[in-house]
Every structure is written in C-alpha cells, then in structure tokens.
Design a protein around this ligand. Sequence first.
Ligand SMILES: NC(=O)c1ccc[n+]([C@@H]2O[C@H](COP(=O)([O-])OP(=O)(O)OC[C@H]3O[C@@H](n4cnc5c(N)ncnc54)[C@H](O)[C@@H]3O)[C@@H](O)[C@H]2O)c1
Length: 376
Amino acid sequence: MADFAVIGIGRMGGQHARNLVKGKMKGSRLVAVCDIDKKKVDDFCKKHPSVKGFYDHKSLIESGVARAVMIAVPHYFHGEIAKDCLSAGIHTLVEKPLTVTTLEAKSVIEAAKAHPESYFGMMFNQRTNRMYRKAKQLIESGAIGKIQRANYVITDWYRSQAYYDQGGWRASWSGEGGGTLINQCVHQLDLIQWLLGMPEKITSSCKTIGRNISTENDLYAVFGYKDFDCYFCASTHELPGENRFTIVGTKGTIVIKSWKMTYTLLDKTEIEVNAETKHGYGNTGRHTRSYSYGPIRKIIDLIYGQQWRVIEAFGKAIDKKDPSALIARGEEGLRSLTLINGVYLSNWTKKTVDLPFDDEKYAQLLAEKADAERRK
Ligand SMILES: NC(=O)c1ccc[n+]([C@@H]2O[C@H](COP(=O)([O-])OP(=O)(O)OC[C@H]3O[C@@H](n4cnc5c(N)ncnc54)[C@H](O)[C@@H]3O)[C@@H](O)[C@H]2O)c1
C-alpha cells in the first residue's frame, strides 16, 4: 500500500486528496495533507480524522508518515518542495508543470538522480487518454508512415475575466510564470513532445485579448522539426472553441478531437503514389476508422477527474517496485517546459529560438518580467 500525502489541497490537490481518501486509487491511501492555509488542513482533517495535517512541507517530511507525495501547489513552489521530498527518500509526483524555468527543472532532475530510491513522476494526465495512446501506437508502429505535418488547435479552455479576477497566483509572471501556455497548454505541449518528439526550433507570437491580465491568453507557435513543422494555436477567450490535433504522415492521417478520433490509413504511401502516377494528381485506397474516448471512461472522469489514473499508476509502481509503470517520469517534465520557455523566449525576442537555449538567460528575462509586474 502506498501511503500518500497531498501537498497543497486547493482546487486540484483537494480533488486528489478526496479521491485518495475515498479509496478511489487501488493500492494507495491518504495518510496526510499539507497546506500553508491552516483552515483548509484543519477542515479536511476534521472531516477525515485518520488523516494527519501539516502546515508546511518540511514538518510533513520530518514526521516520516508519508511514503509518497503529490505536490499540487502554485508553480513557483514545485521545485523546492520536490527537491526536499526527493532528497528525503520520498516518492514524488509533481503536478504540471515541473517548475517554471528549465534552469530550476534541471536542478530538480539532479536531486532525483542523486536519490534513485525515490520514484519521480509527473502529472501528465492527458497521457491516460486512450485516443492519444492509440495515436502513439500508430506513429511508433510506422502505420502512418513518416510524419509530414502536425497541427494542434486548442481553443476550448475558456476562461472569463471573472476567473482571472479571483486573484491569487494565476495568469501572472510573478505568481505563475506565464499564462495560458504554462497553465493550460502544458498538457498539449507534453502530448506534442510525447507523440512527435522534440523540435529543433521555435517561432511564436503571444497576445492578450479581451482580458485584463498581464500574461497571454492567445498564442501561436511553429515547432520546427528536421523534416516537418507542427503548428500550435491556443487561446482561452474563444467560444465555443475547438480541440483538434491533426498528424499527417506519408501513409496516413490521425485527427483527434475532444472525444473522438479518426484515422485514415492509405494503401500506398504518398511517395509511391507520386512515383507511379502519370497524372497531375494522385490517389490510392484508404481505410478510415474511428476510435472514441469511451463513454464509461468519460463519465468516470467527469466525476473523479482524469488525474486519479496517474496517481493510481504511481502508487502501483511504488508497490510493485516497477518504475516502468509510471505514466510519465519526472524528468520528462523538462521537455514541455522547454517548449513553454522557448515559446516565451521567441515572443519576447521576436526571433526564432534554437533548442537548446540559454536556461540562465530565460530565467533572468522571466525574473525581470515578474519584477516589472510587481512594481505596477
Ligand atoms: N493536472 C491538471 O489537469 C491540473 C488542473 C488544475 C491545476 N493543476 C495544477 O495543480 C497545482 C495547483 O493548482 P490549483 O488550481 O489547485 O491551485 P489552488 O490555488 O486552488 O491551490 C493551491 C494550494 O496550494 C497551497 N499552497 C501554496 N503554497 C504552498 C506551500 N508552499 N506549501 C503547501 N501548500 C501551499 C495553497 O494554500 C492552496 O490551497 C498547479 O500546479 C496547477 O498547475 C493541474
């Protein structure tokens, strides 16, 4: 049994804690919660007397009650808390994003390397979506051939001014380290790197449309790969918005929307069609299939969220001493963060950014933005 503590029991961490205390994740149970907001801790522990409460993560670590932690605090605190837990030999699952800068993410990864006894995982719950898993299998098996183009349009993360007016750390350089890109899009950026690999360069443009916030809520980015480009377009101000990921290969096309995926496999590759045809156009046999998110999975996820699946897998990995059971390894969090930092860097410098970029330069530019925001 993996004994979990949840650090940060706000909106997301509160759900993780409630799911754990209900016994939703097989093989894992909640033994403690920790939050700097004492009332949240006291209220939770009053309702669930078997759960111990802590007001800071260091006393939680010192108590030795938890074998594993789920860190669900604002982004700027992820790195320090993760390093402290990993160094204390505690299995550590971090909410997305790993940290705010690649510079700090690398220091967390170093701490994890120094403590291989501590499992280190990332909360990339979209990887549990069976449509993206199917897409990964189609790409890796070579079924769609060589990738030629990818487009990801994600504009259905609608957020009103009222959402931003709740205040706190969101949509700010000083509190969150960015806006829509680092908060919502981190999931899509993880999927892009998970399915397509890492690009070589990034060109981007970020804007703020119709909201009084200091970060972006609208952006596009072109991720340049050796042989193709991936066009990424995201916003949180569009209604109804859309969620469509298209991946085109020489032998097939995958289109994934919110709840449904279709994929078309060609009898001959485009290269073969081009070599054979005597006409100015070409064609070949094709087979289109659909695949859905799954109605039962959808209902379960609407009730419990999708994230419980990642926590359950993390608990099982600990129990079975099998790190390959993790949905996402902690160090993989660096990749989506590299895309996030790279998009901002390209927007700030108005230049195409080659990867890898200068981590220290990025951290310094972000610190300047955060300082300027605080002075306003
Ligand atoms: N995986 C997902 O789909 C998903 C969805 C929403 C949020 N998140 C992530 O979850 C994390 C929390 O987001 P949220 O929406 O729950 O925020 P929130 O503001 O509702 O909750 C954060 C909680 O952390 C507490 N906290 C702050 N600093 C702390 C510290 N140093 N030690 C202990 N507790 C501390 C706060 O008091 C608060 O209760 C973020 O990383 C966010 O990106 C993930």
